[in-house]
Design a protein around this ligand. Structure first.
Ligand code: ADP
Length: 399
């Protein structure tokens, strides 16, 4: 059964074609810079990789290009669109209503629209992608997989802010959390690797990429996470500040910053980039720090320190922790960063084995020392596969 997974952003459409349940990737590609004269369309199949720069004005044109690429006789992956049995879509915000992946119908569409104002940059293009995919494939199941859904089990004590209740009831201001498909994927995989039932593990899952978040998982369910109403809260990120004193915003306003410049400052100019003054990329910063750049070294230290603090607080929340799991570009590959984060935690039962850590650059496995009470795992994430699995589960013929 062929399943096509879409991840539609404001200026990019990424897609991946799977054969399920074998989990075989038949094709993957992207349209980048949608809306520009020099958009880039790419496709990788068993026949190799093709790439072309062309003008792609909007989403409908982007989907037409995807269709042409997939059906291309020489290097495509399909002879007919009817081979695709279902499509899965990443949807960033599901609000409070969606605790799992759902088949898209008129009701669900209304639900996705209802939270547009909570994710104004993400949900509108996500929905446009769904509409285009419905037009392209006709009457096959279209499944929405929400980034917030895994965090739907967070209890009120953790999801409410210390604000008057009407801000929650009227404006839905609460912690939602993001990166759910990734946290769930690595949590399930960790359970399997630990030889435990998926609802029998307590974990701290660290998704560290350009956007970063961390979750406390009890009995396989998310019970707390670092991102909040928006993906700005929590860890230090590539260009986002993460947690800060809200008083800073008033102070900046008094200094003449307006709402949009504060928004840009905190989302685009802060984090690793803001502190280092030079880069949002951990690899660059490590090279710079090795060469004596003190600001780069400080950026890496602050990044690691924030994660350590969250790990400590989630250890307190969970009481028993089976494993700390690292994923995302930095979590999977950042050997030095993992050591930096977990340094001097031996009294908490967390000890990295440096040799094992080195060996697991981008590779799945355990990296704790034999004397470490808590396991430390590296698990490459695969959000597209997680979407393909949910889509398969919800649309297979025997369902
Ligand atoms: P996104 O959130 O955009 O998907 P990724 O998960 O791809 O981001 O992570 C990007 C980050 O991963 C960058 O900061 C990059 O420096 C970091 N990264 C990739 N490879 C390494 C590596 N070998 N060592 C340290 N960091 C790495």
């Amino acid at each position: 059964m062929k399943i096509l997974v879409f991840n539609c952003g404001s200026s990019s459409i990424k897609f991946k074609l799977f054969n399920m349940p074998e989990e075989l990737v038949l094709a993957e590609g992207a349209i980048e810079r949608v809306g520009s004269e020099d958009a880039l369309a790419s496709l990788k199949t068993q026949h190799g990789r093709v790439e072309a720069s062309q003008s792609i004005a909007d989403y409908p044109s982007g989907f037409a290009v995807i269709k042409a690429m997939l059906l291309n006789k020489d290097n495509g992956a399909l002879t007919s669109l009817s081979e695709v049995s279902a499509c899965g879509h990443r949807v960033v915000h599901g609000g409070e209503d969606f605790g799992g992946s759902m088949r898209i119908d008129d009701e669900l569409e209304k639900g996705i629209k209802a939270v547009f104002e909570l994710a104004p940059l993400h949900n509108p293009p996500n929905l446009t992608g769904i509409k285009e995919s419905q037009k392209m494939f006709g009457d096959i199941p279209q499944i929405a997989c929400f980034d917030t859904a895994f965090h739907n089990t967070i209890p009120e004590v953790a999801f409410r802010y210390a604000l008057p209740e009407d801000l929650y009831t009227q404006y839905r201001i609460r912690r939602y959390g993001f990166h759910g498909m990734s946290h769930q994927f690595v949590a399930r995989r960790a359970a399997k690797l630990l030889g435990k039932h998926k609802y029998a593990v307590n974990l701290i899952t660290c998704h560290l990429g350009n956007g970063s978040s961390i979750s406390a998982v009890r009995d396989g369910h998310s019970i707390d996470t670092s991102m909040g109403l928006t993906p700005l809260e929590g860890l230090v990120m590539g260009t986002r500040s993460g947690d800060l004193d809200p008083g800073i915003i008033f102070y900046l306003q008094r200094k003449g910053y307006d709402t949009s410049s504060v928004d840009t400052l905190l989302n685009k100019k802060s984090g690793l980039l803001g502190i280092s003054g030079s880069s949002n990329d951990v690899r660059d910063l490590e090279l710079k720090a090795d060469g004596g750049d003190e600001k780069a070294a400080l950026a890496l230290d602050i990044f690691a320190y924030r994660i350590k603090k969250y790990i400590g607080s989630y250890m307190a929340v969970l009481n028993r922790v089976d494993a700390i799991v690292f994923t995302g570009g930095i979590g999977e590959n950042g050997v030095a960063m993992r050591s930096r984060i977990l340094s001097e935690m031996d009294q908490q039962g967390v000890i990295v084995d440096e040799m094992r850590n080195d060996v697991h650059a981008g590779a799945e496995g355990e990296i704790q020392a034999s004397s470490s009470r808590i396991k430390i795992m590296v698990i490459p994430t695969n959000e597209e596969l997680a979407i393909a699995r949910d889509t398969y589960k919800m649309s297979r013929p025997d369902r």
